[in-house]
Write a protein that binds this ligand. Structure first.
Ligand SMILES: [Fe+2]
Length: 354
């Protein structure tokens, strides 16, 4: 008999323009106190920050400190600096506005500051980070990426308007990260009927909408579907776990910070499906493999259109990464045993090794 548990870590509030309701939402939850806004440093995020600040000021929140010194692959030292600033400001409410890296760093900061209330607002659609308590951070001393259990948000505020500034290639990479969460959760040993429904529907929605999201980034309907797909696959991931693809994708950017997590995931999708397919049921193969084929075609066409260079890994690094990858916690729910040889094969099939 199958055994499983299922939980949802955060209250989800979905809707275009809801970023402007942040002040009211905090009041509705009877929250008062100093706020730390953990966010991105890019100019594109300024209009969203302005909207947040106006909403907060209108509801009487006066002390807001901003922290934006966070790398695309966030370092532990950057979180520690954020914790120091939050403590100086006596921040008790934390709002994270940004992509997965910002949300991951904010979860560590919020936990160490014993946050009274924590809200995540994703500006990308694919990391699933806004609805889980996990942070992938880099140790400063040896570049190793580690997964830390921090705290989940009280509220995940999903506003498709907050994702429209994503350029096409970022839209593609984060969307394929979302697909990889759905695929790994669907194939894995932690899957249940609840996560299967979410995984499959989420992957279908990525396939159906990612091309339009790249080409017509201001289309709020399309952005909404991609953000909802991320919600579905992210929740499936939270409950079912992941697999060998993330044993690699969570490690490689520690050695190659210029490669985003989503790009690594996108590159590994096809080889991972091929590696695992003999270990999953025929029904699951029939449902998921055509979707993998379709998303891989979209990825390959985008590589040509946007002149995306292949992920290139030094052979010496491959030898190190395969050892760390084979021991990674995500391998525990992969349908096939994750060995060093398996990690090496997937990397050789998916990346350019020099
Ligand atoms: Fe991922």
């Amino acid at each position: 008999m199958t055994k499983y548990e299922y939980y949802v870590s955060s209250r989800v509030m979905f809707g275009a323009g809801r970023t402007r309701e942040i002040g009211l939402i905090l009041k509705q939850y009877n929250q008062h106190g100093n706020i730390m806004l953990v966010t991105d440093s890019g100019g594109w995020v300024e209009p969203l920050i302005k909207e947040l600040e106006i909403s907060l000021y209108q509801e009487g929140f006066k002390s807001i400190v901003k922290y934006n010194a966070i790398s695309p692959n966030p370092k532990m030292s950057e979180c520690i600096r954020g914790i120091e600033i939050a403590k100086e400001n006596k921040s008790s409410i934390f709002i994270a506005l940004g992509g997965g890296s910002i949300l991951d760093a904010a979860k560590k900061i919020a936990k160490d500051c014993e946050a009274k209330f924590f809200i995540t607002i994703p500006t990308t659609a694919g990391t699933g980070s806004h609805i889980n308590e996990w942070s992938v951070l880099i140790k400063d001393e040896n570049s190793e990426k580690i997964s830390l259990q921090n705290i989940p948000a009280n509220i995940a505020l999903l506003d498709p308007i907050a994702t429209v500034s994503m350029p096409p290639v970022t839209t593609l990479f984060t969307g394929l990260d979302s697909f990889s969460h759905g695929m790994e959760a669907y194939f894995g040993t932690g899957a249940s009927i609840l996560t299967d429904m979410q995984s499959l529907k989420g992957c279908q929605m990525v396939v159906e909408n990612i091309q339009s999201a790249m080409e017509d980034g201001n289309n709020i309907e399309v952005r909404s579907r991609i953000l909802e797909a991320d919600l579905l696959t992210g929740n499936a991931m939270l409950n079912a776990g992941l697999g060998i693809l993330h044993c690699i994708a969570n490690i490689v950017p520690g050695f190659y910070p210029d490669y985003s997590h989503g790009y690594i995931c996108a590159s590994l999708l096809k080889a991972t499906a091929e590696f695992n397919k003999e270990a999953i049921s025929q029904e699951k193969r029939q449902q998921m493999l055509p979707l993998v084929e379709k998303i891989s075609n979209i990825f390959e066409n985008a590589i040509k259109k946007y002149d995306i260079k292949p992920v290139t890994i030094d052979n010496g690094h491959l030898q190190t990464i395969k050892k760390i990858g084979a021991a990674n916690v995500n391998g525990k729910t992969n349908p096939k045993k994750v060995t060093e040889d398996a990690v090496e094969k997937l990397m050789r099939d998916s990346f350019l090794i020099t």
